[in-house]
Design a protein around this ligand. Sequence first.
Ligand code: PTJ
Length: 252
Amino acid sequence: ETEVPEDHPRYASLVTRHRIEAGVEQGITSKQGLIAQGRGEAFDYLLGERTLPSADAAARAAAATLLLADRPVISVNGNVAALAPAETVDLADAVDADLEVNLFNHTDERVRRIADHLRDHGANEVKGLAGDGEIPGLDHARGVVDADGIEAADVVVVPLEDGDRAAALDAMGKTEIVIDLNPGSRSPRTADVPIIDNLLRAVPNVTAHAKDLADARPAELERTVDEFDADAALDAAEAAIREGSFADGDGA
Ligand code: PTJ
């Protein structure tokens, strides 16, 4: 594997590609994950590869939502595990959330590998291996979760979630925090808190806000949640794409 020079204009994007490739080689990421990454990259390029102010507000609302939660769970798939394992474990620690491996293309083997990978990055307990719960309204394979994990959660963080599952979780009454670079995708549109940002930037940003809000009183956390406007955040991301801020960037 060749080293990418840090001053390369597409440094972050190239490092990200290497991580996803390595994830596939290690049996963590699905081949579909490569395609998902390509789609995400295109949107990130259009957004100017930066965290919009509206995405930062969403990250803060997400942190407040997680700190107010009774049973928060962070759902981890093959892309999240490959791209940001340590950052995801840090977030779980900062908001006292459980981690659960939950895959779109479920295989027990990949669940085990991802759980091991998260433990290698500092996780204690990782859920998702029991598979004794379900998300009603989905095919069995798509709806398997842990009974004491996602099934029992009040708040779920679902980075890169499929639209059908996001809708089914919403129907279960979960408060959903979705991280996705495509503001037109169904899952962020279903979310209570859509964060339109690269998960590589968004996950540490939610952690930073959670640390900043650690001593806040519940009333202040509730105000942070109430002041966040999901539709406005989606509109702001779409406007940023349409206005073509990327045209001022570094090009290809
Ligand atoms: O590991 P599995 O089996 O659970 O599969 C995970 C993937 C992501 C392959 C699966 O859920 C899938 O096929 O997802 P989609 O339908 O391709 O959707 C992926 C969404 O994530 C798209 O809307 C992308 O824009 C977005 N996306 C991709 N990479 C990133 C991203 N959003 C934020 N950060 C990224 N790095």
